[in-house]
Every structure is written in structure tokens, then in C-alpha cells.
Design a protein around this ligand. Structure first.
Ligand code: CO8
Length: 260
């Protein structure tokens, strides 16, 4: 049963739409990530399903990224379990045999950007208020190697280094300029456009496209698969540090104050 997202498969087109709907900002909690991985697995095994469009029911936010509450004041056991779920989300999405398109209808920092980066194609709503990027350093934390790899594979090394060191968030038009997204479309056209791009991708024979996708992505996937346990240990050690907990606390306070 889905709580944090809706999944609708159109049996005529073979396209599923996953619409994230976890109030207020689609933060990626342990529960959300677990639900997402189960849904991806089901669609992957469903012979009727050939493509997935990932989008959000929130009109202004695609996803706020990892749920900061899952990283603040938690036991090492919880942190380890949480991080395994983050890995699983990415492995399922980056390694999917289906065509995956992100319809980024709002802001998409950090983990939200990672989800978009893991897809085959990114369409963003043409709104100067929406921003996307891996902003981890601004929170005093470090994007792990597979976040970095995902970005390099989309925008290249130099742009990634610049982007990651400064924790840059890009407006929709700047994201298009550096290739972080593939296209900008008016907000109200984003779903119809995503579905029409999807039909172009689905016109390619699945088998040839899947082998090609796997050829491109396998080294990046294997890198996490072979270092999975050490990556978890690394996260748990890092997040348990007093200085990191302090940074996250300040960041959470800043988010809450910004409101009033
Ligand atoms: N996690 C938990 N709660 C969040 C998050 C989040 N990521 N983002 C926002 N919230 C909460 C806010 O605190 C606020 O709570 P409350 O209602 O209790 O005050 C509520 O959601 C609504 O937020 P806003 O009022 O800020 O909503 P806006 O519409 O004004 O803005 C944004 C939405 C743009 C999404 C904004 O909230 C924002 O910038 N959020 C922070 C996003 C962010 O920096 N995420 C980074 C998470 S870290 C990550 O994903 C990768 C970590 C990699 C691991 C590193 C190894 C150690």
C-alpha cells in the first residue's frame, strides 16, 4: 500500500507515472525510500511496464532531498539502515531497465537532484524560482562518491567539481545551460511533454536500448555495489560526529526560521 506516492501504470502505453506526494516537501525519509524501492521493483518485474515518469504532486517542489530528521539525533543502527535505503533507491533508479524520465516540476536540492540525475532524461518546469543542484557542502556535509559520479556522468568533470565544491543550486535556465536538465517546458505542459518524450524513447527496441544503457552505467553501479558496506560505514561515522550534528541542527533551525 502506497502512502508517500501514487503509482499509475497505463497498460496501453506501458508507461507508469510515479507521483511523489509526501507533505510538505517530499523529503526522502526511510519510509519513503523503502516504498519507492518496492514500487520500482514491482514495475521492473512487470512485463507490461517499459517506462517510468517521476514527478511530484507538490506544485513547487520536486523533492527537498534526504529527510534531515533521519540524519539528526539518530542511533548508528538507524543511520546505517537509512543509508542502505538511500543506496537502494539510487541502485533501483540508476540501474533500471525501464526508460526513466524526471518531470521536475519544482525545486530539487541534494537527494532530489540525485533522483533526477539517476533518470535517463530530465525535463524541468521553466520557472526562475525553481532551483536544482547538489548543495551538500552548504549544509557542511559531503556528497558521497556515487552522487558525484551521477553528476559527472551528466554534466562532466569540471562543471561537477565547481558545482560540488560550492554546493551550487542552479535556476532552471542555468541548469539547462550546463546540461543538468535536458529541456525546459512550461509548468502546465510538463506531463504531456514528458509522455511525448517517453514515446520517442519507447520507439527504440527495448533490448538494444537496455544493453546500451547498461553498458554506459555498469561501471558506476558496480562502484557502489562493491563498496556498499564501506559507504554505509563511512556515512554512519561521518553523521555521528558532533560537529556534523551541530551543522545539521543549525541548518534545520535556519529552515524553520526562514519561514516567518
Ligand atoms: N528534510 C526534512 N525537513 C525538511 C527538508 C528536508 N530535506 N526540507 C524542508 N524541510 C521542512 C522545513 O524544515 C519545514 O518544516 P516546518 O514546516 O516544520 O518548519 C517544511 O519542510 C517546509 O519547508 P520550507 O518552509 O523551507 O518550504 P519552502 O517551500 O519555502 O522551500 C525547499 C522548500 C526549497 C525544499 C526548502 O525547504 C529547502 O531548501 N530545504 C532544504 C533542502 C536541502 O538542503 N536538502 C538537503 C538534504 S541532504 C541530502 O539530500 C543529501 C545528503 C547526502 C549525505 C551526505 C553524507 C553525510
Amino acid at each position: 500500500s502506497n502512502k508517500n506516492m501514487t503509482v499509475e501504470l497505463d497498460n496501453n502505453t506501458g508507461v507508469a507515472v510515479i507521483q511523489m506526494k509526501k507533505p510538505p516537501v517530499n523529503s526522502l525519509s526511510l519510509e519513503f525510500l523503502t516504498e519507492f524501492a518496492i514500487n520500482m521493483e514491482k514495475l521492473e518485474m512487470d512485463r507490461e511496464c517499459r517506462g517510468v515518469v517521476l514527478t511530484s504532486s507538490n506544485p513547487k517542489i520536486f523533492s527537498a532531498g534526504l529527510d534531515i530528521n533521519e540524519m539528526y539525533g539518530k542511533t548508528p543502527e538507524h543511520s546505517g539502515e537509512f543509508w542502505r535505503a538511500v543506496q537502494e533507491m539510487w541502485l533501483k533508479l540508476y540501474g533500471s531497465n525501464m526508460v526513466t524520465i524526471a518531470a521536475i516540476n519544482g525545486s530539487s536540492p541534494a537527494g532530489g537532484c540525485l533522483m533526477a540525475l539517476a533518470c535517463d532524461y530530465r525535463i524541468m518546469a521553466d520557472n526562475p524560482k525553481y532551483a536544482i543542484g547538489l548543495n551538500e557542502t552548504k549544509l557542511g556535509i559531503v556528497a558521497p562518491f556515487w552522487f558525484k559520479d551521477s553528476m559527472i556522468n551528466v554534466i562532466g568533470r569540471r562543471a561537477t567539481e565547481h558545482s560540488l565544491q560550492l554546493g551550487l543550486m542552479y535556476s532552471a535556465s542555468n541548469a539547462l545551460k550546463i546540461g543538468l536538465v535536458d529541456q525546459l517546458v512550461a509548468q502546465d505542459k510538463i506531463m504531456t511533454h514528458a509522455l511525448s518524450v517517453m514515446s520517442e524513447w519507447l520507439a527504440i527496441p527495448d533490448h538494444a536500448r537496455q544493453i546500451t544503457k547498461s553498458m554506459m552505467r555498469k561501471p558506476t553501479l558496480d562502484r557502489l555495489l562493491t563498496n556498499r558496506e564501506s559507504d554505509i560505514q563511512n556515512f554512519v561515522n561521518f553523521i555521528s560526529k558532533d560537529s556534523i550534528q551541530k551543522s545539521l541542527q543549525l541548518y534545520l533551525e535556519m529552515l524553520k526560521q526562514r519561514k516567518s
